[in-house]
Design a protein around this ligand. Structure first.
Ligand code: GDP
Ligand code: MG
Length: 596
């Protein structure tokens, strides 16, 4: 397809504003998926995406669309909306010339609407404003068209009104994409340059690499070269996705498609790298993407120590398809051998642990997540701490913690409540701005540790679900931070240590000690629980002893009942970990997380 007949666009929106549903209608209207094959959220192909109803991976699909007798090729990229996966969005944007900015006509502009809009503007994309869900009785398209227009310029009439559910307005949207989004430009005769915007591992086909051709052409059977590593591979297959992979005779300027080379590890086909050919290599690589940075760290341990090699293998396999997952072996006095893993956020952590347990049949303990700290000691030594139990001992000069710039959007009635919440989380207000007569944008600088765990839940419940949040990295700042340790029977349990602001240490110690008393079942002996900062004990609880003999309850002969009870007990045990002489349930290890 010549570039003049190609349009590359993505759909960006706040979570739940209807991207995937709109994508479904586009698949149907353009005829690449028929009614029989159609299922909801067609492009969310992973089980976990389908169950949770969220998009994790971006997807690229080629759609044919005819305007005035000419058939165009539209490449649509569906993107995830959750803040943990912003880096996926930014990569997709770099492969496009236009963006459909979708806004729920019953909700209006939200925090990720703005965040995504800014990303699109940074990438010089043509923005097509669209109000979605106009079929809803609560839709207020007039009101939100005004808001949208005042945000991006232009008149409210320029906002298209569609329903991804009924399909109303979607053909007009496809026409508009063709008329407004610029055709890709590139040099067809130059050495090939293709931008890798995604790379996934498929157990049947190995690594499948998604590319956007910038210059030149790539053909099957050609020797291709990765510009960052100079590694050469044979191009076994090249093609487009529409909506399943279809091999083609090549990809040329402006096209979006996939490559298969037989490499087995996504790291050999790195997102952001430039693909060229060995025969006629390009001299300059395309501008890549920023590497995804892990924001939260957690120790992952098998409940059964003999599963350690399986856990290692499972992580190695997952890493093949998720380059943002990082891990290294660590040992814990309490938990034995495991891995310290870095994640983009809590949702990412949850998804990875769920996949490890489900796809690899492992039973795991994830320790309380922690952010990364930089600690300098009086003797000048600098330590990077991702595991609270490794917080250095001795005289500490300064501790630095990661900060974020948070954007919160909310109806104006909740401004007071939100400010209170942010202040209690050590936030400082940057500015406040009205986006419409009723909608306010607050920007705060906050420590990442204060918002990454349960801030969003609190924000939602305090604003009856009306506030939305987005945040971005804002470097490190000094903080008065200390380590709180927990002791069971006088022994420090490394997996329970946490790092908190000095003013919150007492509350944190008391809270974890109380939580542990509730969560740890009574044992045959008394278990004292203590919280300490350094050598100072700041809280104390006791779990009283109990004699538990489940079998005493069954009389002699009833074998099946006895077996059932034993099995039940074993089931319960599966999620227990022996820490010294104490049986600790899995949930206890993330007890420090909640701030209730
Ligand atoms: P995404 O997170 O942006 O991909 O949003 P989804 O496409 O998953 O949609 C979120 C929810 O909104 C789902 O329950 C959809 O069924 C619903 N939804 C999406 N589009 C429409 C629409 O046009 N009208 C109505 N009434 N509901 C919609
Ligand atoms: Mg989606």
């Amino acid at each position: 397809t010549p570039p003049s007949l190609i349009r590359n666009f993505c759909i960006i929106a706040h979570i739940d504003h209807g991207k995937s549903t709109l994508a479904d209608r586009m698949l149907q209207l353009t005829g690449i998926v028929n009614d029989r094959q159609m299922r909801e959220q067609y492009l969310d192909r992973m089980d976990i995406e389908r169950e949770r109803g969220i998009t994790i991976k971006s997807q690229a699909v080629r759609l044919p669309w005819e305007v005035d007798g000419t058939t165009y090729a539209l490449n649509m990229i569906d993107t995830p909306g959750h803040v943990d996966f912003t880096y996926e969005v930014s990569r997709s944007l770099a492969a496009c010339e236009g963006a459909v900015l979708l806004v729920d006509a019953a909700q209006g502009i939200e925090a990720q609407t703005l965040a995504n809009l800014y990303l699109a503007l940074e990438n010089d994309l043509e923005i097509i404003p669209v109000l979605n869900k106009i079929d809803l009785p609560a839709a207020q398209p007039e009101k939100y068209a005004e808001e949208l227009a005042s945000l991006i310029g232009g008149s409210p009439e320029d906002c298209l009104r569609v329903s991804g559910k009924t399909g109303a307005g979607v053909p007009e949207l496809l026409d508009r994409i063709i008329n407004r989004v610029p055709a890709p430009v590139g040099d067809p005769d130059a050495p090939a340059r293709a931008m890798i915007f995604d790379s996934v591992y498929d157990s049947y086909r190995g690594v499948v690499t998604y590319v956007r051709m910038i210059d030149g052409k790539l053909h099957p059977r050609e020797q291709i070269q990765m510009m960052s590593t100079r590694a050469v591979h044979e191009l076994l297959e090249i093609g487009v996705i529409s909506p399943e992979p279809e091999p083609t005779k090549g990809l040329s300027v402006g096209e979006v498609g996939y490559l298969i080379t037989g490499v087995k590890d996504v790291r050999q086909s790195k997102v952001g790298d430039t693909v060229t050919t060995k025969l006629k290599p390009a001299t300059e690589a395309l501008k890549g993407y920023a590497e995804p940075k892990p924001m939260v760290f957690s120790g992952i341990y098998p409940i059964d120590g003999s599963d350690y090699p399986n856990l290692r293998e499972a992580l190695d396999k997952l890493r093949l398809s998720d380059a943002s997952l990082v891990y290294e072996p660590e040992t814990s006095a309490a938990l034995g051998f495991g891995f310290r893993c870095g994640f983009l956020g809590l949702l990412h952590l949850e998804i990875i642990t769920e996949r490890l347990e489900r796809e690899f049949n492992l039973s795991l303990i994830a320790t309380s997540p922690s952010v990364i700290y930089r600690v300098t000691k009086d003797d000048g030594g600098e330590h990077i701490v991702t595991n609270p139990s490794e917080f250095p001992e001795g005289k500490i000069r300064e501790v630095f913690e990661p900060m974020v710039k948070a954007t919160i959007l909310s109806p104006k009635d909740y401004v007071g409540t939100i400010m209170e919440l942010c202040q209690s989380r050590r936030g400082s207000l940057i500015d406040m701005q009205y986006l419409g007569e009723d909608r306010v944008q607050l920007r705060y600088k906050l420590p990442l540790a204060e918002i990454v765990f349960d801030f969003f839940d609190h924000l939602k419940s305090k604003t009856q679900g009306y506030a939305s949040l987005d945040y971005e990295d804002d470097g490190f700042a000094e903080g008065d931070l200390v380590k709180v340790d927990l002791l069971l029977q006088g022994e420090k349990v490394d997996a329970f240590s946490s790092i908190v602001h000095r003013d919150k240490a007492y509350a944190q110690g008391t809270r974890i000690a109380t939580k542990l008393r509730e969560l740890i079942p009574r044992q045959q002996f008394e278990v004292p629980i203590q919280a300490a900062v350094g050598a100072r004990i700041i809280a104390r609880e006791t779990i009283r002893a109990i004699r538990k003999d489940v079998l005493a309850k069954c009389y002699g002969g009833d074998i099946s009942r006895k077996r059932k009870l034993l099995e039940k007990q074993k089931e319960g045990k599966k999620r227990m970990k022996m820490v010294g002489r104490v049986e600790v349930p899995q949930e206890a290890f993330i007890a420090a997380l909640s701030t209730e």
